[in-house]
Structures are given as C-alpha cells and as structure tokens.
Design a binder for this molecule. Structure first.
Ligand SMILES: Nc1nc2c(ncn2[C@@H]2O[C@H](COP(=O)(O)OP(=O)(O)OP(=O)(O)O)[C@@H](O)[C@H]2O)c(=O)[nH]1
Ligand SMILES: [Mg+2]
Length: 245
C-alpha cells in the first residue's frame, strides 16, 4: 500500500529461474507491494516451481507460449481483477532495479502521472550498464523517429519498466495489441493518443549473462513494428487511419 492505494507488481516471465528470486527479494524489500502477479509464458526451466514457493505471489501459467505482449495482456487483466490501484511492470530477469518502485508508484499515486517510464537513456544508464552499442544506437534512432511521429519528447520508447494507474489501464484496449514485443510500443502509442501525461525517471540498466535479452532477429522485427506503430499514429493524427484507441 502507498497512501491507501493498492500496489500490484506484474512480472511477465519466460525462463527467469536464475534471476526471479533476486528480483522478488528486492521488490518485496521496498515494503509497499501488496501483490506480485507472475505470468509464466510456458517456460522450460524452473520459473513456475520457484514462483510457487514465494509469498504474496499469484502465479498464472500459459500452457503455450504466447509471447511477451500476450503475457502482458494476462498481467494487466489479472492486476485489475485483483483490485490494483497502481500497477508496475518489472521484468523478472533483474535488468531493472526494484529500488525505484516506491518512486515510480508515488509519481503515479500523486495523480500527476498516470504513466511513469524508467528511462535507461536519461542519465546514461544504458551504456554504463552494458547495453550493446548496436542496441543503444537503434534505441536512440527509433526513439527519435517515434518522437517525431508521436509528437512526444520521450528519452526512450523501449524501456520495459513502467508504472500505470488503474484508471489509465482501464481506458486502454490492450487486447487489440500484438502478442509480440511490439506490444509495449503499441501501448505507449495508445497512452499518447489519450494525451495522458507520461513521467520519466532515471534508471540504471544491467546486462549480465543471466538476464534475458532479445536477439538480433527479433530486435529487427521489433524495430519495424515500432516504425509501423509510429506511422499509423501519424496517419491517424492526419485522419488517414483509424485511431489507436
Ligand atoms: N512471455 C514471454 N516473455 C518473454 C519472451 N521472451 C522474453 N520474455 C520476457 O520478456 C522480458 C523482456 O525480454 P528481453 O529479452 O529481456 O527483452 P528486453 O529486456 O526488452 O531487451 P534487452 O534490453 O535486450 O534485454 C523478460 O522478462 C523475459 O522474461 C517470450 O517469448 N514470451
Ligand atoms: Mg532484457
């Protein structure tokens, strides 16, 4: 709880056995989290077995792999059903620090920002944390192009550490989004379309061997998906495509 608001952390998990416990321990150590919802996307390791041993964790298992976006659809649906006032998504691969949870949740809880993104670009956390140079350059270029199309000024559109208010989540037609990684980008486009305020906070990044990292082929597909998302948004602004919400 934070100022009487229920805080639910969602973790879209896929083969996160090696990093789950560490992420969990730090999330709970923040002392504000009421419930963690871990959705397992048909992992082939011990993710589910480990998750089931953890207190305050609701575990949901997809019998078949649906993808990162499909996983998040389940995460947000269950978080709303659990009565969350504030939902924070954090990857269970320990790439983002749970220490920022109270800061992000209070930015949402204050009512100022219905959406808060933890940026690895603001403050230079990405390169310091070992983000491969090609990913960094692609991130900056894609973000620049998308800012133009969205009419936004975000430092990065690609962080996987995000907090949302219940009210905002209830307004987003998330089920219509992709089941793949581009889900994150489509969700952002929907939030921007609603003219919702987005807060950003500096965040360190951590690239270590245990962390899950999207490979080159899927990154390329994700990149083109982002460009398509930006283009559709711009066409919608011009009245030449259906709006994202
Ligand atoms: N549901 C689902 N989740 C996945 C899949 N692949 C990865 N994930 C999860 O999605 C999260 C992000 O995936 P990553 O591959 O680390 O991608 P990323 O963090 O956006 O990119 P990097 O900066 O390269 O690490 C991780 O928590 C994974 O557990 C998948 O096929 N299905
Ligand atoms: Mg990762």
């Amino acid at each position: 709880m934070l100022s009487g608001q229920k805080i639910v952390v969602v973790m879209p998990a896929f083969n996160a056995a090696r990093t789950l416990r560490q992420t969990y321990d730090e999330v709970m150590a923040q002392g504000i989290v009421d419930l963690i919802i871990l959705v397992d996307d048909a992992s082939t390791d011990d993710t589910v077995a480990i998750a089931r041993t953890l207190e305050h964790v609701q575990v949901e298992v997809h019998p078949l792999n649906r993808g990162y976006g499909g996983n998040q659809k389940t995460c947000y649906r269950l978080a709303l059903a659990a009565g969350a006032d504030i939902v924070v998504m954090i990857h269970p691969d320990y790439q983002y620090t749970p220490v920022l949870l109270p800061a992000m949740a209070s930015m949402v809880g204050s009512g100022l920002y219905p959406c808060v993104l933890a940026s690895r670009i603001l403050g230079g956390g990405a390169l310091r944390g070992g983000m491969p140079l090609w990913k960094y350059v692609a991130n900056r270029l894609l973000t620049a192009v998308e800012n133009l199309m969205f009419g936004a000024k975000l430092s990065e559109c690609h962080t996987g550490y995000r907090a949302f208010s219940r009210k905002l989540l209830e307004r987003l037609p998330l089920e219509s989004n992709s089941d793949d990684f581009v889900f994150d980008n489509q969700m952002l486009a929907q939030i921007l379309w609603l003219d919702s305020e987005i807060g950003e906070i500096t965040c360190p990044a951590k690239y270590m061997p245990e962390a899950s990292s999207i490979n080159f082929r899927r990154s390329v597909r994700y990149g083109f998906g982002c460009l398509a998302t930006g283009m559709r948004f711009r066409l919608a602004r011009w009245g030449m495509a259906p709006p994202p919400v």
